[in-house]
Design a protein. Structure first.
Length: 745
């Protein structure tokens, strides 16, 4: 008996069916049967299903003699099911990787509930992925399993069958089946949730809900939308037959009215001339099932009173109002833009202020933040300000003035501040640099992947880069900071200009030499890292060849295999897709404002191609690189050296190899230390903790280069040790079937 029976009804989806079936059969949890139901489809769906059944014994092919619709096809699949749990999947949707394993783990964890509700994300034809807006109702907080009265908000999550795993014995006991017609999910999901004695949730995207370019079948114009009335009649008939469920009538009534209003107001759902008939039936149901004394949304009046013509008149008036408002907003924006252009021209005629410095960063505080702090400490006569968007203000320390991009203060600062500091290619493409202004370009880390003009031959990585505008920005640079000779040589070639390179180190890394053990302990406590745990900071790079940034590693599996001594601080790319994993030993730090603080709090770095490895090496702590897709990364982005041949530590070419590296202790072994020492010698030459001081003293205070603090040699530096370095680091017993990783890594 398999754990899951995955039921996939198929009708005229030949273009998507293979992707759907592959998403099931490639699951890391193989204990399943896949029941694919050909609903008498006129295209190649039946042949595709037979091909899969011939290749994989887990596939059961069911062919219906006549088309029965989605509900009938699902019923036919249930009749063939033998699994513990039923999982429904529409044939143009897909399961996310490792979804069934996560579902199985959650079912076991919550004691075999009748129903498990999991999350989904809409995937659009243009590549966008948008998670369910009500994902918060699927939180793991609180007791589990539970009954619906404990969390009635579940009734507001999308009422479909494919976001739930139902225990087959529970379904059979109550005789649940799908009715014919449109909206067949409605009289299935409401009774299932109302009847279940035990429910659990899984806060993880398990289904990618495809949004076709032409829309779904429920979005087409058809009289079959009138089937909705019969489906709600079935729901209320179910409740009337069970007096113990009468308390749910108010919520069901609200859901019904809202559903009717949604269908009525969505453009293109109802055929022309049928709106009045639809409202009359909706009003009849309103009166029939109404529960006195409950609050309703304002648009329920549309159903209650059947105000068809009034509603249409209000719609036309609202459309006219929106057009007028849009025109007014457009005019106001044009007037504001013209006023700001005039304001900027006026400010350009006023003197440059030698006591003003403006900072901006695209990567949190970074180097500009460290320089701003040094300016306030070493040159207090300079007034500093930050250009920052409202959503990023939490990344800045208190003190400096905040300037919102695009306003009058913004253009005043760009026109009159003497010092302009940024890590972006340009502060603003409309900036007109003046005589007497100094632009300091800090960049954003040591380059591994190709940058600047080298991207001319890498269209996947270059995307829509305007290289002419890029070079115009380079022409405005006066100084470019460099943390090592490798960066100097790359910057001067790929960003050709007349600037001067300052090989003074990376100011953002100064904190690694200044921080204390007390600082490390405080940071670990604030992040919730257990005392004595080994904290691994996981920071992958962006994949230019991928539309979504789903992590390549199954972090749940990694921590499960490594055991309780290890925790992972997960810092994915901002546009990552899919869950990072659940549990107390995976800490999501994606929104943390300071990556330097995360480095200090961790005991080791796990990355692939992120430039953070060059900064982290300054801490002289272990680094492990995961190079499973190196060939794809190198082909898309290009690389300045082969990381596998000159790594900062142990190299893992697969997830299992990565687990072995940590389990065997190789990550902190002598060979890894030797690799790290060579890496530090090449890339950490100038980062001795005084980089920001050297920049400020030379550029702002005018000190000669020979008068600046000399660079402290690597051998004499004392970066703060990790918390794990002060206690024995555990290794994990090797699981059978995996050989220990040798020092050849």
């Amino acid at each position: 008996m398999p754990r899951f029976s995955v039921i996939v009804p198929a009708y005229q989806v030949q273009a998507y069916l293979s992707q759907c079936l592959d998403s099931v059969l490639s699951q890391s949890y193989p204990d399943l049967e896949l029941i694919a139901v050909d609903d008498c489809s006129p295209d190649a769906c039946g042949a595709i299903i037979d091909e899969y059944a011939a290749r994989d014994a887990r596939v059961k092919a069911v062919h219906l003699a006549r088309n029965q619709g989605l509900g009938g096809a699902r019923n036919a699949g249930m009749a063939e099911a033998s699994g513990d749990y039923l999982v429904f999947l529409d044939s143009d949707d897909t399961l996310t990787p490792d979804a069934l394993r996560a579902i199985a783990d959650r079912i076991k964890e919550t004691g075999e509930p009748d129903v498990l509700v999991y999350d989904y994300a809409r995937t659009y034809w243009d590549g966008r992925t948008v998670r369910n807006q009500l994902a918060g109702r699927l939180t793991h907080q609180g007791p589990a399993p539970f009954r619906l009265e404990d969390r009635p908000g579940l009734l507001r999550v999308l009422m479909v069958a494919w976001n739930k795993a139902c225990r087959r014995d529970f379904v059979a006991q109550h005789g649940f089946t799908f009715p014919p017609g449109y909206y067949e999910d409605t009289p299935w999901t409401f009774p299932v949730l109302l009847t279940a004695e035990s429910i659990a949730t899984l806060d993880r995207v398990c289904v990618h809900y495809r949004q076709r370019r032409q829309g779904s079948i429920l979005g087409t114009t058809s009289d079959r939308h009138f089937d909705l009335f019969e489906q709600y009649e079935r729901v209320f008939a179910f409740v009337e037959e069970r007096p113990e469920l009468a308390r749910w009538r108010p919520e069901l009534f609200r859901r019904m009215v809202d559903h009717y209003a949604t269908v009525f107001t969505r453009r293109g759902r109802l055929p022309r001339g049928s709106h009045g008939a639809f409202l009359r039936r909706a009003r009849a149901h309103y009166r029939r099932y109404r529960v006195p004394g409950i609050r309703m949304q304002p648009r329920s009046a549309l159903v209650r009173f059947g105000l068809h013509r009034t509603f249409r008149a209000l719609q036309l008036a609202s459309a006219a109002r929106r057009r007028t408002l849009k025109a007014a907003v457009k005019l106001a924006r044009a007037v504001r833009a013209g006023t700001l252009r005039l304001h900027y021209r006026v400010q350009l005629r006023l003197p440059v202020r030698a006591d003003r410095a403006v900072f901006a960063s695209e990567a949190g505080r970074g180097d500009p933040g460290a320089l701003e702090e040094a300016v306030r400490a070493l040159a207090p006569h300079i007034r500093t300000a930050w250009i920052v968007r409202p959503e990023h203000q939490h990344t800045l320390p208190p003190g400096p003035r905040r300037i919102r991009p695009g306003g009058a203060a913004y253009w005043t600062a760009l026109a009159r501040a003497k010092y302009l500091v940024t890590d972006a290619d340009a502060l603003d493409r409309r900036l007109r640099k003046r005589r007497g202004q100094v632009v300091i370009q800090t960049r954003r880390g040591t380059p591994l992947g190709h940058m600047g003009l080298d991207l001319l031959e890498r269209p996947a990585a270059a995307r829509d880069t305007d290289f002419a505008a890029l070079l115009r920005g380079v022409d405005q640079w006066d100084h470019v900071l460099s943390g090592n000779r490798h960066s100097t040589l790359v910057w001067e070639r790929v960003f050709p200009g007349r600037y001067r390179t300052l090989e003074y180190g990376s100011p953002r890394n100064d904190v690694f030499q200044r921080a204390t053990s007390a600082d490390v302990s405080r940071l670990r406590e604030s992040l919730g890292i257990p005392r004595g745990a080994v904290a691994i900071l996981y920071a992958p790079a962006c994949r230019d060849h991928r539309r979504t940034q789903r992590p390549l590693l199954d972090l749940e599996r990694v921590v499960r295999r490594l055991g309780p001594r290890f925790v992972i601080l997960a810092r994915p790319q901002p546009a990552h897709d899919g869950p990072l994993g659940a549990g107390a030993r995976i800490i999501d730090v994606g929104d943390h404002p300071s990556v330097e603080s995360l480095c200090l709090a961790s005991d080791a770095l796990l990355t692939d191609y992120a430039s953070l490895m060059f900064d982290y090496a300054n801490l002289d702590r272990p680094v492990v690189v995961h190079t499973e897709d190196w060939e794809a990364y190198e082909a898309a982005r290009g690389a300045y050296f082969d990381l596998r041949s000159f790594p900062p530590g142990a190299v893992a070419r697969s997830e299992d190899e990565l687990i072995d590296i940590f389990a065997s202790g190789h990550w902190c072994g002598s060979r890894s230390a030797q690799l790290r020492a060579a890496f530090r010698e090449r890339f950490c030459a100038y980062d001795d903790g005084r980089a920001a001081e050297r920049v400020v003293r030379h550029v702002v205070l005018g000190d000669a280069p020979q008068a600046l603090p000399p660079v402290v040699p690597l051998a004499r530096r004392n970066p703060v040790p990790s918390a794990g370095a002060r206690s024995p680091l555990a290794t994990v017993p090797q699981p059978s079937g995996h050989l220990p990783v040798t020092e050849s890594h």
